[in-house]
Design a protein around this ligand. Structure first.
Ligand code: MN
Length: 439
């Protein structure tokens, strides 16, 4: 269930990009570098998301060049050549011929020749697109090529951030991407179910983590989309807790925020459940507030609403809930105005989801950056309200302390509303208790 490297969708994306580029321009995009982990060893390779989005190519030491209107072909790729010795140690490479055949490059050239050949491809162009965020290495490369071009030709004088165009394209997902994300969400949902079913008081958090990640890999998801958070008791109040090395106590709630990455597409799922299979009344009271916020925020999602609306709804429900439980005191509207909820709910309810877990793309209108943008069909976002009351919070009654709750789902905007990709894993407290009791 991965997208074939030969999928015509990659070429369609390149065409869509080139149609938006200025006349007489060229775009250059580098593959992600290999990153060293220690001494002789590297981190597992993960392609740059933009690079993968345009090519499906997952080798390092490669450069995509897109030149709209070029007679000899618009898509040129620099890549590693075939090399028997290197491939014996490190695995197969596509090589020049493979890049032509599989990737559909019009021309494939050895990466070692880029400094000689690339200046010819940018000579006489008006504008050069590249990813500004790629930083010092690409800046140095570009300066080197420009210096070379200027010796005997006209060099581009206009430099445009390639990410602006690409990231806007990535905000709306194709049906292939949505199908992939559904698959990733299904694997993650099943992993969360397994964690609930196999949780035992006295286990270490990392043992639950192992259950989740075993399921990811067992189902073809090689990587986690982000470092798994398995937080028992007060650890759940650390928003990005990843130590996962504590023993799970009897009355702990466990917050698991973990999702697999499938073919580079992320899922992002959080569930919170009682270690011993039964919520205490305090845990349940707070849980219900978060669940109502999650459900109401999802319920409002449809094309045309502001990206900010689900957040405002979650703020209102959480403030109201904290008021009812006596954790906040005062006038609801005033408390919302003052942001009193931020002591307990300090993050926003949503982010984009896609090739990156906090996916790229603006949250604001292009015309007016003051305004939140409106949701459109095929956008994918998370909904993840939470309440966190740390053990050392002296402002609230002791019975509420040491409880952290978040409930997070992945949502696709559809023409009539939305579709929840992560519905498979229960979030109703009764259903969670029944599941944990083996029913
Ligand atoms: Mn998230």
């Amino acid at each position: 269930m991965i997208m074939s490297i030969k999928s015509p969708e990659y070429a369609q994306r390149r065409t869509q990009l080139m149609q938006q580029m200025q006349p007489n321009s060229v775009a250059i995009l580098y593959a992600a570098p290999v990153v060293k982990r220690s001494y002789c060893l590297d981190y597992p390779y993960r392609p740059n998301s933009d690079f993968y989005y345009l090519s499906g190519f997952n080798e390092p030491e490669a450069v995509l060049v897109m030149i709209p209107g070029r007679k000899n072909g618009e898509f040129v790729v620099f890549c590693r050549e075939k090399n028997q010795a290197q491939e014996l140690w490190h695995g197969k490479r596509l090589g020049l011929q493979g890049v032509m055949n599989e990737l559909g490059a019009n021309e494939a050239l050895p990466i070692g020749d880029i400094d000689q050949i690339l200046p010819n491809l940018i000579a006489g162009k008006d504008a050069l697109y590249y990813a500004f965020a790629d930083g010092s290495y690409i800046n140095a490369q570009i300066n080197k090529w420009l210096t070379k071009v200027k010796k005997n030709a006209y060099a581009p004088t206009k430099f445009i951030d390639l990410e602006d165009l690409l990231h806007e394209m990535r905000v709306r997902k194709s049906s292939t991407e949505i199908a992939l994300m559904q698959k990733a969400a299904d694997i993650s949902a099943d992993a969360h179910i397994k964690a609930m079913q196999n949780c035992q008081v006295g286990m270490y958090e990392y043992q639950l983590e192992a259950i989740l990640e075993h399921h990811f890999k067992q189902n073809g998801a090689k990587f986690c989309a982000y470092n798994s958070i398995v937080a028992a008791g007060n650890n759940a109040c650390t928003l990005h807790y990843t130590d996962n090395n504590c023993v799970i106590d009897d009355n702990d709630l466990i917050l698991i925020d973990a999702g697999c990455e499938l073919d580079c597409y992320a899922s992002d799922v959080t569930r919170t459940f009682p270690a011993n299979g039964k919520f205490t009344s305090e845990q349940l009271a707070l849980y219900d507030v978060v669940l109502q916020a999650n459900l109401a925020a999802i319920d409002c999602i449809k094309p045309g609403i502001s990206f900010d609306l689900p957040h405002q709804i979650s703020v209102e429900i959480i403030t109201e809930g904290l008021l009812e439980l006596g954790i906040l005191q005062g006038d609801k509207e005033q408390l919302i105005q003052q942001g009193a909820y931020k002591d307990f709910y300090m993050h926003r309810v949503s982010h984009w989801l896609g090739l990156d877990v906090h996916d790229v793309g603006s949250y604001r209108e292009q015309q007016n950056h003051q305004n939140w943008r409106n949701l459109e069909v095929a956008m994918v976002l998370t909904i993840e309200p939470g309440i966190y009351i740390a053990a050392d919070n002296q402002q609230v009654a002791p019975k509420w302390r040491g409880i952290g709750i978040r409930i997070e789902d992945d949502i696709v905007v559809t023409p009539n509303g939305c579709q929840v990709l992560t519905n498979k894993v229960p979030k109703d407290p009764k259903q969670i208790e029944l599941l944990m009791q083996g029913k």
